[in-house]
Design a protein around this ligand. Structure first.
Ligand code: NAD
Ligand code: WQD
Length: 338
C-alpha cells in the first residue's frame, strides 16, 4: 500500500512524509515544485534513511497522475498540493480556482480511474470565516472572505458530493489551524519565497537579521493584549493527525469525515514574540502597525472531535514550536553559506 503525497515536497507535506516514512510506510511524492525544491527529497532521505520517490508533475495533468499511481501502486492520497497565499488569491483568483479547484477535480478523477478512493484533504480553519463563537467546532457555519478560502470551501463541497454519490470513497477533510515549527533535525521546515506572509517565518527572519523588524498588525483588538490571537499547532503534531485520520477512514463509516487539527489554545502575536525571544535567547524588534485587511481578532479550535474520534491531541508546546522554527532557520543559514 503506497500513499501518494501531492505537494509532498512542501512545508506540511514534507513533515507528513517524514512521519510516514518513520513508520515504514511506502510513499511517493507528486509535486510540480511551484513552491518547493527537489532538494527536500535528499533531506528527507537523510532524516529517514529511506528512499523517497518523487514524481515531478502537476495535479492538473491527469495522465501524469494516472501513470504515477499505476507505477507506484498507489492506494491512498494525501492531498496537500495547492496555492495558499491569501493576498495573491485576491489579485489572481483565476490562478487559484484553476490550480486548487481544477487540480483537485483532476486528482479525484485520476483516483477514481485507478480505483484508489481513499483521500485525506488539507483544508483550513479559513473555511469558518469570521468566527461567530469560539472555540470553533466542526459544526460552526462555513463561509469565505477571500478566493483562497473559497477554493477550500468549494473543494470540501465537491468532496461531499463525491462521497454521497459513491460510498466506496473514504475521505478525511482536515481543517488545519496555524501550523508552525519544524522537524527536530532542522533539515526541513517552512521556507517561503520572498517576504513571508505568515507570522512565524517572519519572526525567524527578523531573528536571523534577514528582516529588520516585525510589524505587529493591530494592537487594538478585543483580546487580552490587543494583538491577534491564533491557534498555533506544531507541524509534527499535525503530521501525526494525518496518520491517525488515514487509519480511521480506512476502518469506519461514514464515507466522509471532517476534523479540526488545532490545539484549542490561543496565543497572541506578542505571546509568540516573547516566547520566541525567551526560548531562543534572541531579540525580535517589532513595531505596532495598522490592522491587516481581513484579519479576525481571535481564532482557535475546539479539537474535541479529533480527540474523541481519532484519539489524537496535539502534544508539543509553544516552546517546541519556537525552538524548532529557529533551529530550521539556523540550519538553512548554514546550508546557504556552505
Ligand atoms: P506549500 O506551498 O509549502 O506546499 C504546497 C506544495 O504543493 C508545494 O510543494 C507546491 O510546489 C505544490 N503544488 C502547488 N500546486 C501544485 C500543482 N498544481 N501540482 C503539483 N504540486 C503543486 O504549502 P503548505 O503550507 O505545505 O500547505 C499544504 C496544504 O495545506 C495546502 O493545500 C494549504 O492550502 C493547506 N493549508 C496550509 C496552511 C498553512 O498555514 N501552511 C494552513 C491551512 C491549510
Ligand atoms: C497570524 C497572526 C496576524 C504577520 C493565514 C491564512 C489562513 C491559513 C493560515 C492557510 C495574525 C499577525 C502576521 C506579520 C503580524 N493558511 N501577523 N505580523 O492570518 O491566522 O492565517 O495562515 O489556510 O488561511 O489566512 O496567519 O501567520 O498570517 O497571522 O502581526 O508580519 O499574526 O495579524 O494576528 P493567519 P498569519
Amino acid at each position: 500500500m503506497t500513499i501518494m503525497l501531492t505537494g509532498g515536497t512542501g512545508y506540511i507535506g514534507s513533515h507528513v512524509a517524514a512521519t510516514l516514512l518513520s513508520t515504514g510506510q511506502p510513499i511517493v511524492c507528486f509535486d510540480n515544485l511551484a513552491n518547493s525544491d527537489a532538494s527536500v527529497i535528499d533531506r528527507l532521505e537523510a532524516i529517514t534513511g529511506a528512499s523517497v520517490p518523487l514524481v515531478v508533475g502537476d495535479i492538473r495533468d491527469g495522465q501524469a497522475l494516472r501513470q504515477a499511481m499505476t507505477d507506484h501502486a498507489v492506494t491512498a492520497v494525501i492531498h496537500f498540493a495547492g496555492l495558499k497565499a491569501v493576498g495573491e488569491s485576491v489579485a489572481e483568483p483565476m490562478k487559484y480556482y484553476n490550480n486548487n479547484v481544477g487540480g483537485t477535480l483532476s486528482l479525484v478523477e485520476a483516483m477514481a480511474d485507478c480505483g484508489a478512493k481513499t483521500l485525506v484533504f488539507s483544508s483550513s480553519a479559513t473555511v469558518y470565516g469570521q468566527p461567530q463563537y469560539l472555540p470553533l467546532d466542526e459544526d460552526h457555519p462555513t463561509s469565505a472572505t477571500n478566493p483562497y478560502g473559497r477554493t477550500k470551501l468549494m473543494i470540501e463541497e465537491m468532496l461531499a458530493d463525491i462521497a454521497a454519490a459513491d460510498p466506496a470513497w473514504r475521505i478525511a477533510i482536515l481543517r488545519y489551524f496555524n501550523p508552525v515549527g519544524a522537524h527536530d533535525s532542522g533539515l526541513i521546515g517552512e521556507n517561503p519565497n520572498g517576504i513571508p506572509n505568515n507570522l512565524m517565518p517572519f519572526i525567524t527572519r527578523v531573528a536571523a537579521g534577514r528582516l529588520a523588524e516585525l510589524s505587529v498588525f493591530g494592537a487594538d483588538y478585543d483580546t487580552p493584549d490587543g494583538t491577534g490571537v491564533r491557534d498555533y499547532i506544531h507541524v509534527l503534531d499535525l503530521a501525526d493527525g494525518h496518520v491517525v485520520a488515514l487509519d480511521a477512514i480506512g476502518q469506519a463509516e461514514p464515507a466522509l469525515s471532517t476534523w479540526n487539527l488545532g490545539t484549542g489554545q490561543g496565543y497572541s502575536v506578542l505571546d509568540m514574540v516573547k516566547a520566541f525571544e525567551r526560548v531562543n535567547g534572541v531579540s525580535i524588534p517589532y513595531r505596532i502597525a495598522p490592522r491587516r485587511d481581513g484579519d479576525v481578532a481571535s481564532c482557535y479550535a475546539s479539537p474535541e472531535r479529533a480527540a474523541r474520534e481519532l484519539g489524537w491531541t496535539a502534544s508539543r508546546d509553544l516552546d517546541a514550536m519556537c525552538a524548532s522554527s529557529w533551529r530550521f532557520e539556523q540550519t538553512l543559514a548554514m546550508r546557504n553559506s556552505a
